[in-house]
Design a binder for this molecule. Structure first.
Ligand code: GLV
Ligand code: MN
Ligand code: MN
Length: 413
């Protein structure tokens, strides 16, 4: 480590930066930063300034990822990637994604001036949450060459991903240049756990073994709007009654299947008046499990439930799959390195599965990927009360510095 760097002071700057970036938002009083919204520019400016202080070269690639790079000792040296995402869910906390980006910057600062046998590229992915386009990981998919298929997706205003890129001043034709080039050593992502496991284990950090697989599906129930006072119950084609049954059935199936989580996070009923039987309902399903076999067994059962509830009411159902990601194991070698680094720092280092999706899932398709989770003391995320303990974040930074130093030794050997 650079001996002039004080990790406690660096950590304090990371936490102050999380608070500062949380104020960059589309909705005053909240942290709401969907993909390529105007406040993304302010986040870029903040990171650009930090990267400039570290003498890193910076570019914004064609999907809006900010990429800060420290070159390796030779043009053909491999690259270690580190980072996370800067988009947020609506009314988010201050740490989901951003903390991982800022810890990557802190890591680069901690090893500044130290010789490394590899290049280091810090990644601030522009889109991970999948809120604006219903499909997550647009940022990391650009690095793996799989974002092209996303360009035609439309948001609630009918703007395509390509439109959003162009409006932001970027060029979707340059997508191929966003792909990782040359040899990759791997990808390291720091992230808050967003759940209760590390808090229950009394551990500041944990090593992720695998990221749960998931499906996201849209369901459209189409019945018939009619008069709430004059349509007898048996003559109704109530789309919302069918959808409501489906929500409860999804909850029941998940409750009775260990490890399964199923969520209906969006439901819009139309026409939406107190005296009209709802004719149309649009809703979403998000279903996840660490074992693909369980998820793939339960998903068709849930969709069959939805079909049955619709048919019983003379309602038709249209199912549109939005995305499917298999469960993704993290790289064994990088995991072992994280364990050794945490051990050397005198920290407990339990293993855990991630229920949340992460860019590491996508990066793992082209290079070794690993995640270090940081305790969520209140087990809360996708909520403004999301929190971290300062000392846990510093522990993660220390583990990260050891990880880089040990990796450097391995590469040199
Ligand atoms: C991302 O936060 C997700 O897992 O939905
Ligand atoms: Mn996240
Ligand atoms: Mn998230």
């Amino acid at each position: 480590m650079n001996p002039s760097v004080n990790l406690s002071e660096l950590n304090a700057r990371v936490l102050a930066a999380c608070a500062e970036l949380a104020r960059l938002t589309e909705v005053p009083g909240e942290t709401t930063r969907p993909y390529l919204c105007p406040s993304t520019r302010d986040v870029h400016a903040f990171l650009f300034a930090w990267a400039a202080r570290l003498d890193l070269s910076v570019r914004v690639d064609a999907v809006g990822n900010l990429r800060a790079r420290r070159e390796g000792p030779r043009p053909d040296a491999p690259t270690l990637y580190a980072g996370s995402h800067i988009d947020t869910v609506p009314n988010a906390g201050a740490f989901d994604g951003v903390l991982g980006v800022l810890l990557a910057y802190a890591l680069a600062e901690a090893v500044q001036g130290q010789e490394l046998p590899f290049a280091l590229e810090l990644l601030a992915f522009s889109e991970e949450e999948g809120v604006r386009y219903g499909v997550p990981f647009i940022g990391s998919r650009a690095l793996t060459g799989t974002a092209d298929a996303m360009l035609g997706l439309t948001d609630a205003d009918g703007l395509t991903v390509a439109d959003a890129i162009t409006q932001f001043g970027l060029n979707p034709d340059q997508l191929p240049e966003a792909r990782v080039q040359g040899q990759s050593l791997g990808f390291l992502e720091f992230h808050i756990e967003q759940g209760p496991v590390l808090q229950a284990a009394g551990a500041a950090v944990g090593v992720v073994t695998a990221i749960a697989g998931q499906n996201r599906v849209l369901l459209d129930f189409t019945g018939r709007a009619s008069h709430a006072g004059t349509t007898p119950m048996l003559h109704r084609r109530d789309a919302l009654a069918a959808a409501a049954r489906f929500v409860v059935a999804a909850e029941d199936r998940a409750r009775h299947t260990p490890g399964l989580v199923a969520t209906v996070g969006v439901m819009h009923a139309r026409p939406g008046a107190i005296n009209i039987v709802p004719g149309d309902v649009h809703c979403t399903l998000d279903i996840r499990h660490e074992h693909d076999a369980v998820r793939l067994e339960k998903l068709p059962l849930l969709l069959a439930d939805a079909e049955r509830f619709a048919t019983e009411r003379g309602v038709t159902l249209t199912v549109t799959p939005k995305m499917e990601e298999p469960a993704t194991p993290m790289d064994a070698g990088f995991r072992a390195l994280l364990h050794r680094a945490a051990e050397a720092e005198g920290l407990a280092h339990p293993e855990l599965v991630s229920g949340a999706g992460h860019d590491a899932m996508v990066m793992a398709t082209v290079m070794p990927a690993a995640m270090l989770f940081i305790r969520s003391p209140n087990a809360l995320s996708h909520h403004p009360d999301e929190m971290v303990n300062a000392e846990d974040v510093e522990a993660a930074l220390r583990v990260g510095v050891r990880f880089v130093e040990e990796l450097a030794q391995e590469v040199r050997a």
